[in-house]
Design a protein around this ligand. Structure first.
Ligand SMILES: NC(=O)c1ccc[n+]([C@@H]2O[C@H](COP(=O)([O-])OP(=O)(O)OC[C@H]3O[C@@H](n4cnc5c(N)ncnc54)[C@H](O)[C@@H]3O)[C@@H](O)[C@H]2O)c1
Length: 249
């Protein structure tokens, strides 16, 4: 087991990529703090882990609120004795072409995707630097490099890369690895909720923009997160690993 008795927080893990990461980490022996704004989804994931013989607990609420993120860290320590891994995964989109974008679309994306990751890194790092060990994994996106209709989202995801590198520089000597994953097109509700016309166009373009000619799955991201959470990646820090079927290279 690659994460035997490690304690991990995965934010936004009631469904999609976060859920995939929780289930993969649990298979490898980790104890999990599951977080989501959706209570039913978070509880369902906790129950799946428990049904498979693992240990998990839910902390409900938004990563955009510092007390919620602090509660995740406190819960990890109280329930499982420590914190080894945090995956800052929660993220949202509010897409619009730039000349039509409103503050109502800008603000929540920055609050969840950028401030939420800041809180996650900071609250977790306070425990990890004390213990001289930790793995921080931040979920960015290929959109960090720019994507039509995602001015707010790409700003937040590029910001995640900047925070990853700064945190890696500050925490490296404390035994804490900080890396980012930049997923490409991953077939979750986030993608499924896109307008049908956009999805149709994406499917037509797929062979031309994704060399591997398929969408990714949460498991594709979970396998990479597992590697970054394990000691197999102990000399890797400050990196952004694209998991996108070759879309950006
Ligand atoms: N799906 C993709 O193609 C894709 C591509 C690149 C990056 N990403 C990133 O991967 C991460 C996960 O995306 P996904 O595809 O699984 O999305 P998703 O929408 O399927 O799942 C996101 C989960 O996060 C939860 N969530 C939303 N706001 C939250 C908040 N404020 N606090 C806590 N939880 C919250 C949602 O309730 C949901 O359960 C996001 O950061 C996203 O930006 C996804």
């Amino acid at each position: 087991m690659r994460l035997k008795d490690k304690v991990a927080i995965v934010t936004g893990s009631g469904r999609g990529i976060g859920e995939g990461i929780v289930l993969r980490f649990a298979e490898e022996g980790a104890k999990l703090v599951v977080n989501d704004v959706n209570e039913a989804d978070a509880n369902a994931v906790v129950n799946r882990v428990k049904a498979a013989g693992g240990q998990a607990v839910a902390v409900l609420g938004s990563v955009a609120e510092r007390p919620v993120v602090q509660q995740m860290v406190d819960t990890a320590v109280k329930e499982f004795g420590t914190l080894d891994i945090i995956v800052n995964n929660a993220g949202i989109t509010r897409d619009s072409i730039l000349h039509k974008m409103t503050d109502e679309q800008w603000d929540p994306v920055i609050a969840v995707n950028l401030k939420g990751v800041y809180y996650g890194i900071q609250c977790a790092a306070r425990v990890m630097r004390e213990k001289g060990y930790g793995k921080i994994i931040n979920i960015s996106s290929t959109s960090a490099l720019g994507n039509v209709g995602q001015l707010n989202y790409s700003a937040s995801k590029a910001g995640v890369i900047g925070m990853t590198k700064t945190a890696a520089k500050e925490l490296g000597a404390k035994g804490v690895n900080v890396n980012a994953i930049a997923p490409g097109m991953i077939w979750t509700d986030m993608m499924k909720n896109m307008p049908p016309e956009t999805l149709k166009q994406m499917d037509m373009m797929l062979p031309f923009i994704v060399p591997m000619n398929r969408k990714g799955s949460p498991q594709d991201i979970a396998n990479l997160a597992l590697f970054l959470a394990s000691d197999e990646s102990s000399f890797i820090t400050g990196q952004v690993i694209f998991c996108d079927g070759g879309m950006k290279m």
